[in-house]
Design a binder for this molecule. Structure first.
Ligand code: SF4
Length: 538
């Protein structure tokens, strides 16, 4: 059902918006999807609240299906981007506001279009031509620095504004970098426009011990009335493919007394649905104490969801609390049933621990366990899949009656991880089918993710600026792999083939599309981790 402006009336705010000054900067902050999706994004909520609490910014929200009253002449238009294919909605929204979709076509009368969020921080290049400014990294300090620098040059022309903003650490102005390609299509060099523009843009890392929490609770959210608290940021495990870990290092934890408990109390005063967020929530050093706190009788009616649980932290106590707090099922990521493959990816987990997790989940009263795996991991052989089947069978035996599901995706290379140089294994599709057949035969529910979707994800995660033309073309054809192939054909000669982006293993010496954007670890460290992984190849 389409949401109307009344969606805003159902919101319960957990902050006090400022009354904007008369000369406040008119701004729009957009989520390029529907309201229910956008308002469930903790990142969107927090950035919006940060802007709304400033007297010098007058911000209105924009979604694809609803909007607040928008300023007639916005100076800033921001997008929070969480999903790659939402680029279509970004272009649609720009058009609906009569703003040119390409940054190069905008003039002084148009707002500066900025973007942030996980998709753009990982690899902004396929979308670089659509943005004037991209914020790389944690928003806590970056957003304020952005607004403050903007205010210094507010009355200047566009060129001066962009040059000033490019001086702020973590602010990337794509138009100020020139990419040169060699005759075979590889990137030859990435150079800043001149000596005043930094040659490397460093992703920003926030180091405080107070992490994010919901700024709004609403029944219209995709998870109705959920109040979200970020318990940890990043993950110390460093599985070699994992963006959630490598892109956001170092691992940071919210202080229990100073941050988590006060935040939870604020949230539970307005709702009884609590989500604990983070890439590895159960690795918070005081997680046990947090569980004890949530076990208090006053919270008996609280519905608790936990984003991610490490397999060897599934204790009977955790399962009991979840079962009591209205969670019936738990998801654990095991990646593969093969110990060798887990060594390749640095997943410090053995089969006995996986079996124990299933036993504990059942003993604690949960009725289902969902495992999450991957095929096509670099170095994986066909025999490794037999071991995944064997692992699932042994779980079924060890915890009879526990409903087992294996969700399975295809390995997709991600920028700033040690596996960024690997392509998608074309055998992966066959391997998904093999698992499907074998597991269904054993009465185990198997939920594969679309292989074609993984191919598109890989295209975007390793894409460069030349893809912007392709994205514009496919936008009208629809987001199917067929559309991408058709667009590649039309653009033949202007950019490399799909295989180059998706399936080819790249050379270590190659200039990467994001070589000028500095992640948390230097490339030499990523290469060392890669070497540690490949030493386990057979
Ligand atoms: S344990 Fe999970 S979140 Fe942590 S690095 Fe591994 S895959 Fe990523």
């Amino acid at each position: 059902m389409p949401v109307t402006a009344s969606a805003f009336a159902a919101e319960r705010l957990l902050f006090t918006p400022a009354t904007p000054d008369n000369d406040a900067i008119p701004a729009i902050f957009a989520f390029p999807n529907e309201y229910t999706v956008g308002i469930t994004s903790l990142g969107f909520q927090v950035v919006w609240a940060t802007l709304a609490m400033r007297r010098d910014v007058d911000v209105s929200r924009l979604f694809t299906d609803t909007r607040e009253q928008l300023p007639r002449n916005p100076e800033l238009l921001g997008f929070s981007v969480s999903w790659e294919l939402d680029y279509v909605n970004i272009l649609n929204l720009l058009e609906s506001l009569e703003i040119p979709t390409r940054a190069a076509a905008r003039s002084d009368e148009h707002p500066l279009v900025f973007g942030g969020g996980p998709v753009l921080t990982a690899n902004p290049e396929p979308f670089a031509d659509f943005f004037d400014v991209i914020l790389l990294g944690d928003g806590e300090n970056l957003l304020g620095n952005f607004i403050d620098a903007y205010k210094e040059v507010r009355s200047a022309n566009r060129k001066v504004k962009l040059r000033r903003l490019a001086q702020v650490p973590g602010i990337y102005v794509p138009s100020l970098y020139h990419i040169e390609y060699d005759e075979t299509g590889f990137i030859k060099s990435i150079q800043p426009a001149d000596a005043e523009i930094p040659s490397q843009v460093e992703k920003q890392t926030y180091r405080g011990n107070t992490l994010s929490a919901s700024s709004v609770v609403t029944e219209k959210a995709a998870w109705e009335n959920i109040y979200m608290v970020e318990v940890v940021r990043s993950c110390p495990e460093m599985c070699r493919f994992c963006l959630a870990s490598y892109l956001t290092l170092p691992f940071r934890t919210a202080s229990l007394e100073a941050s988590l408990i006060p935040a939870i109390e604020r949230g539970l005063a307005v709702t009884n649905r609590l989500g604990l967020l983070g890439a590895s929530v159960t690795q918070h050093p005081e997680f046990e104490a947090l569980l004890d706190y949530l076990s208090k009788p006053q919270y008996d009616d609280v519905r608790l969801s936990i984003a991610s649980v490490r397999t060897n932290t599934v204790t009977v106590k955790l399962a009991e609390i979840l079962a009591k707090r209205d969670t019936r099922s738990l998801t654990i990521a095991v990646e593969s049933g093969s110990e060798r493959v887990r060594q390749i990816i640095n997943k410090k987990l053995n089969n006995d621990e996986i079996v124990q997790a299933a036993i504990n989940a059942k003993a604690g009263g949960l009725s289902a366990l969902k495992l999450y795996g991957m095929v096509g991991i670099p170095g994986e052989e066909a025999e490794d899949l037999d071991q995944t089947v064997a692992m699932m069978r042994s779980l079924k035996k060890a915890a009879p009656g526990l409903r087992l599901t294996l969700g399975c995706s295809t390995f997709v290379p991600k920028a700033h991880t040690p596996f960024q140089w690997f392509g998608v294994n074309p055998q992966a599709e066959k391997r998904l089918k093999f698992l499907e057949k074998e597991l269904r035969r054993n009465g185990i529910d198997f939920r594969p993710e679309s292989y074609n979707w993984s191919v598109m994800q890989a295209l975007i995660s390793r894409g460069d600026r030349r893809l912007s033309h392709l994205l514009e073309l496919t936008r009208h054809y629809g987001d199917s792999l067929g559309s991408y192939r058709r667009a590649f054909k039309e653009l033949r000669g202007q950019l490399p083939e799909l295989d180059y982006y998706v399936h080819t293993n790249w050379e270590l010496e190659q200039v990467l599309p994001w070589s000028h954007l500095q992640g948390p670890l230097p490339v030499t460290t990523l290469q060392k981790h890669l070497a540690a992984a490949t030493s386990n190849f057979s």
